[in-house]
Design a protein around this ligand. Structure first.
Ligand code: IMP
Length: 429
């Protein structure tokens, strides 16, 4: 029996929430391994809608949730999210949620610098969520971060804050925004310590035990491959590695423990924030996809940019992300369109390329080459078997499989959990 890792195969917001929820009901434990509360997953269960940012989605299904060392944890945001879902009737306790003691903390100075830097970039904004994700990861690799375990050694915090403030207050001052006082930050951390520490442990050890006990582990990715700090459309990316390999390093298991890698892709493309987007549509069809698909960010409410399915990009994401099967979502949003386009590669300064190159200038110059297919008039919404789908919709899915060089493992045809066609159970490996 395999474990499963779920990652986004485009620029995020592929409808991971529903697929992860569906898989979580088949798993014993759900692990977040990268990102932070920049993620946003909407889970609809019965008449309750849960909007999760940092908590592993399995908690909604009563499954053990683990926040791995690869995650950057904003303790205030975490406690607020716990309070919110508790008010919706969920149980979150140190028995149901464990946090890696070696995870990095996001402090109030991280969102402050994130926002100040974005403002200073003017027209060259990355379009970050402003939640301090990038600065927290910078501190981690610069070896000056404060981690969860540091809360258990309060006597060390003052010196650690000195080092952080030496760096940040100079930057904040230079950017013309208020600086931070050590006493305020220290007070905050000392108050948070007794609330966070009961959840902390070396999660690698628990994961090892769970694995040896034959438990099913679901690794829940956030963001997506094209936002990966190495493989994405740099610099318009997030600050973590979002590929499936990170499920191992971001939770403390070996690469062979990750199991089957499921990549989520929308039947069209969306992106929030700035950066290249070759198949973006600025016309009525782009508008229609956004309206019908309700393309607004869960966290930020920002309207997502919309465009045709980019098979060249998803193929690239599948290769570098290690994806073995795809879950195709929101096929029903294309219902009724007379014609559909799929991008098969790019013309870049006169030369054809089957992939998006690394250089930002070439990415920005990429003009999509399209294949055109007839659409379908019938409804695909709510289909639960291939036989329920319009024949032309099946052709569209089959063509996507060929172009991205990976099979469709799951097909989602509405936000309802059961409106899913399962071609293969990912937990069967
Ligand atoms: P950051 O992760 O806040 O630093 O933002 C960097 C880029 O990643 C921006 O373009 C964000 O819009 C994007 N981003 C971060 N989290 C998500 C997500 O969960 N879905 C989609 N885009 C995201």
């Amino acid at each position: 029996m395999a474990n499963v890792a779920v990652i986004g195969a485009q620029w995020g917001d592929e409808g991971k929430g529903k697929v992860v929820d569906w898989l979580a009901s088949r798993a014993d434990v759900v692990v977040r391994f990268q990102g932070g509360h920049n993620a946003g997953h909407t889970l609809v269960v019965g008449n309750q809608t849960y909007k999760l940012s940092l908590l592993p989605s399995g908690l909604v299904r009563g499954k053990l949730g683990i926040i791995g060392n690869g995650v950057v944890v904003d303790p205030d945001a975490l406690l607020a999210e716990i309070a919110l879902v508790r008010s919706q009737g969920l149980t979150v306790t140190p028995e149901t949620l464990r946090i890696a003691d070696n995870a990095v903390l996001i402090l109030p100075l991280h969102p402050a610098i994130d926002k100040a830097r974005e403002a200073a970039r003017g027209d060259h904004k990355i379009g970050t969520t402003g939640r301090g994700i990038g600065p927290a990861y910078e501190d981690k690799v610069a070896r000056r971060a404060i981690r969860v375990a540091d809360l258990a050694e309060p006597e060390t915090l003052s010196a650690k804050l000195d080092e952080l403030l030496l760096h940040y207050n100079a930057l904040l001052q230079g950017l013309g925004v208020p600086t931070f006082s050590k006493d305020t930050l220290l007070d905050g951390l000392l108050k948070l310590a007794p609330q966070i520490l009961p959840y902390a442990e070396p999660v690698w050890e628990r994961l090892d035990e769970l694995r040896r006990g034959g438990k099913r582990i679901l690794f829940e990715g956030a963001q997506a491959v094209m936002l990966d700090v190495d493989h994405g459309t740099y610099p318009f990316v997030t600050s973590s590695n979002t590929v499936a390999a990170t499920a191992a390093s971001g939770s403390g298991v070996g690469p062979n423990a990750v199991g089957f890698v499921l990549g989520i892709a929308k039947a069209y493309t969306t992106r929030v924030g700035s950066g290249p987007f070759p198949t973006e549509l600025h016309d009525d069809i782009g508008q229609l996809l956004g309206d019908r698909g309700n393309e607004y960010g869960v966290n930020t409410g920002r309207r997502r940019r919309c465009g045709w399915f980019d098979a060249a990009m998803v193929r690239q994401a599948i290769k570098v992300g290690g994806v073995q099967g795809i879950a195709l979502t929101k096929l029903d949003i294309l219902d009724g369109l007379t014609e559909l386009k799929i991008c098969t590669g790019y013309r870049i300064n006169g030369t054809f390329s089957r992939h998006l190159p690394a250089a930002p200038g070439a990415q920005a110059a990429a003009v999509p080459e399209y294949e055109t297919m007839a659409g379908w008039a019938e409804s695909s919404r709510g289909a639960r078997s291939w036989a329920d789908l319009p024949a032309q919709a099946v052709k569209y899915v089959r063509r996507i499989e060929e172009l991205v060089e990976a099979p469709v493992t799951l097909l989602s045809t509405s936000p309802e959990r059961d409106d899913t066609i399962m071609v293969k159970d990912p937990f069967e490996g």
